[in-house]
Design a protein around this ligand. Structure first.
Ligand SMILES: Nc1ncnc2c1ncn2[C@@H]1O[C@H](COP(=O)(O)OP(=O)(O)OP(=O)(O)O)[C@@H](O)[C@H]1O
Ligand SMILES: [Mg+2]
Length: 167
């Protein structure tokens, strides 16, 4: 593994596997109600990160992009994982139909791709996982906490990645 902690709440991924491993390290720290908003451009690695989280929770089913379904539930692990991809959603009023308000902030862990465009309509308590493309296979991953629980989660993730990947 080449995943590295570059500084506080900031990591370097050198491969798809590193980003998945990062997700795996996050998984044991997640609790019901946690919301992670995954940001970064197209193809930056949001779905691969989610794949790692599902594996870390113990769900063996494959994670694919739920672009057409908008939501995929992975309920074979320690807690349910709700994976949303809101890329194709054009208007905030369409959010209601995705079922997101039934779960967001209280049931399972919710991971959102392209959720930042509806930030005002969703929740203001979330952990931002910001992935930036720095080369063909390199990414920086930064955590941006919004709210008390997100702060706690960011601290726990930082410690876990530091321990597993070196500071
Ligand atoms: N360090 C890395 N971390 C994650 N993915 C990487 C990395 N290096 C290369 N890749 C490649 O980048 C692509 C990431 O795809 P992925 O579907 O996870 O992105 P995404 O952010 O979910 O995109 P979209 O916005 O289209 O949903 C994959 O083809 C993967 O192999
Ligand atoms: Mg995706």
């Amino acid at each position: 593994m080449t995943l590295r902690r570059e500084g506080p709440r900031r990591y370097l991924s050198a491969s798809q596997e590193d980003t998945e491993r990062f997700g795996e390290l996050v998984a044991p720290l997640l609790a019901d109600g946690d919301v992670l908003v995954l940001t970064g451009g197209l193809g930056v690695g949001k779905t691969h990160f989610t794949k790692g989280v599902a594996r870390g929770l113990g769900d063996a089913h494959p994670v694919t992009s739920p672009t057409f379904a908008l939501m995929a539930v992975h309920d074979g692990g320690r807690i349910p994982l709700f994976h949303f991809d809101l890329y194709r959603l054009e208007h905030a009023y369409e959010l209601e139909d995705t079922g997101i308000f039934d779960v967001l902030g209280y049931e399972g862990a919710c991971l959102l791709e392209w959720g930042e465009q509806f930030q005002d309509e969703l929740t203001d308590e979330f952990l931002g996982v910001v992935i930036a493309h720095t080369g063909e296979s390199t990414r920086t991953i930064s955590l941006e906490a919004h709210g008390g629980r997100a702060e706690e989660l960011a601290e726990a993730i930082d410690a876990a990645v530091g321990a597993a990947a070196g500071a």
